[in-house]
Design a protein around this ligand. Structure first.
Ligand code: EPU
Length: 337
């Protein structure tokens, strides 16, 4: 266990915001986590995973517990499937690459998503037609109050678009310690139709792709569009793609016939927030060190020394412009602290 006082969180959040934690504790095992939970009252705890989905706007006047529990283990296998358990502190992308090296299929479209395994169920991470829930069996989580370990099945997690029970009813109550995935050993299902995957495979000269080729194509696309947090601080999509009613959509379509849209259920339509922000002329917009990314308007970036408040001011400006131009409310996807 590593404990430091008045510690900078700059290298613990992908936005690279330099705020301080009253106390920072890195735990490497369940035992260490339990002993920290026993010592600290729940209200004085702030749980930190990969720090890839948060905007820190102030110093954290609490004990920050960094979940650094590593380990990957096969728990069951059949001819066709493997059930693999990954501990919460495993880096998501490294875990995906590991599964692909074993020729286990399922997570290839989710390559290069920042963050850790333990936080992946919280917002049901998704990309290129695949969501975490598609390959999720269950996760273990510690109840912060009772210290009991509870197993959540996929159904109990109440997964939805960028959402789960851990963002709603169970918010702040549990710490996820591991996740079990069901992956395919043979007869891989390749999802290449979403986004530019087919195009990227063509450019790579691959006609008969393997799961590793799909991963390479996804990495190529993400690297072209999305900034690498190691080079330019960011938290991926800053906003969710808004869902509007069919009626609202018809009005917008008259005004903007080219508007991209994806039907959701019977009477709703999802609109890419990136398109809205781009159309509002904000792509590449910059205020000091806070900016809207030049290649993907959905991503807000920190050019170096931006504070969390400056990024938040920019987010508010983006929301106001989108409301004025399209009468749509953009909801942040990242957690604002
Ligand atoms: N678009 C623009 N301008 C932009 C950005 C996008 O016109 O600056 C248009 C695109 O041309 C396209 C549409 O908007 O027609 C959708 O764009 P894209 O396919 O890039 O997907 P997205 O809706 O912007 C979502 C996820 C991403 C995920 C991609 C790929 C959300 C909020 N974001 O982005 O997730 O990687 O699909 O599946 O659902 C993340 O969560 O951090 C993230 C990056």
């Amino acid at each position: 266990m590593k404990v430091s006082q008045n510690a900078s969180l700059k290298s613990y959040n992908t936005f690279g915001i330099d705020v301080k934690a009253k106390t920072l504790i890195s735990v490497r095992s369940i035992g260490e986590l339990v002993s920290v939970l026993k010592k600290n009252y729940a209200e004085d705890l702030f749980i930190l995973g990969g720090g890839s989905n948060m905007l820190l706007t102030q110093n954290v006047d609490a004990t920050v517990v960094h979940i650094d529990i590593k380990g990957v283990e096969v728990i069951r296998e059949t001819e066709e499937f493997v059930f693999v358990k990954a501990n919460a502190g495993e880096n998501w992308h490294e875990f995906v690459l590991y599964t692909l090296q074993q020729n286990w299929g399922g997570l290839e479209n989710l390559s290069l998503i920042p963050g850790n395994v333990g936080t992946s169920p919280i917002q049901n991470i998704g990309a290129y037609g695949v969501e975490l829930k598609d390959h999720f069996i269950s996760c273990d989580a510690i109840d912060i109050q009772t210290l009991e370990i509870i197993n959540f099945t996929a159904e109990e997690c109440e997964f939805d678009y960028r959402n789960s029970i851990f963002k709603n009813k169970a918010k702040g109550k549990y710490i996820i310690t591991n996740v079990i995935f069901k992956l395919r050993k043979t007869n891989h299902t390749l999802l290449t139709n979403y986004g530019a995957i087919n195009e990227a495979l063509n450019e790579m000269g691959v006609a008969d792709p393997s799961i590793r080729d799909i991963s390479k194509a996804v990495i190529k696309i993400r690297q072209q569009k999305l900034p690498d947090p190691k080079e330019l601080g960011n938290s991926g999509s800053f906003f969710k793609n808004p869902v509007i009613t069919e009626k609202e959509f018809e009005i917008l379509k008259n005004q903007f016939p080219e508007i991209p849209n994806y039907p959701v259920g019977q009477n709703s339509v999802k609109i890419p927030a990136g398109w809205l922000i781009d159309k509002a002329g904000l792509k590449g917009y910059r205020e000091g060190d806070a900016g809207v990314h030049k290649n993907q308007a959905l991503v807000l970036v920190n050019y170096g020394e931006a504070t969390g408040e400056e990024i938040l001011d920019l987010a508010h400006k983006v929301q106001a412009e989108i409301r004025a131009k399209f009468k749509i409310h953009l909801e942040p996807e990242v957690n604002i602290i």
